[in-house]
Design a protein around this ligand. Structure first.
Ligand code: S3P
Length: 166
């Protein structure tokens, strides 16, 4: 499994879809899988169960996906907060799409479908997540100022160098 991690707005879903097409494997978006499993949108889950409730569901769904068939899997920006998910990443190829907070915010704006953009100190949240992203990642690709296709090319190059390319 190739697993894409990074902050909201890094382009995990867009890049993941393109990368999967290039590699000829399915693309799986963890956020979409959570919504399908629950029959509720992410904002609805946050509203009813709070962030802790969402994180429990998220960790369970993502662990299931990591156990499933080969794919390119895009995680949510906060998924690595779960120790059980970090452990379940062993043996998978983890790619960090590294985005600056400035570029990330320019991309996501004030998207109502992302509850974590509200009521939070975003610079603090961003800073707090960097260590987990970097510790998990086998490969890091900077996405600032790069079009999705350019990012895909970089990821493929890096996977090739690591001996796990096309
Ligand atoms: C979250 C990011 C979202 C989604 C949820 C929580 C976060 O995914 O999982 O809204 O905590 O950063 P994206 O990173 O795809 O926006």
């Amino acid at each position: 499994m190739i697993v894409l991690v990074g902050f909201m707005g890094a382009g995990k879903s867009t890049v993941g879809r393109l990368l999967a097409a290039r590699l000829g494997v399915p693309f799986v978006d963890a956020d979409a899988a959570i919504e399908t499993a629950e029959g509720r949108t992410i904002p609805a889950i946050f509203e009813a169960d709070g962030e802790p409730g969402f994180r429990r569901i998220e960790a369970e769904v993502v662990r299931g996906l990591l156990d499933g068939p080969e794919a390119v899997l895009a995680l949510g920006g906060g998924t690595l907060g779960s120790a059980s998910v970090r452990e379940a990443l062993t043996g998978h190829r983890v790619v960090l799409l590294d985005v600056s907070l400035e570029h990330a915010l320019a991309r996501v704006g004030d998207d109502a479908s992302r509850p974590m953009l509200r009521n939070r100190d975003l610079p603090e949240l961003y800073a707090a997540r960097q260590q987990a992203y970097r510790e998990a990642a086998d490969i890091e690709v900077c996405v600032d100022g790069r079009a999705p296709q350019q990012v895909v090319a970089r990821v493929l190059e890096a996977l090739g160098e690591a001996g796990v390319g096309e």
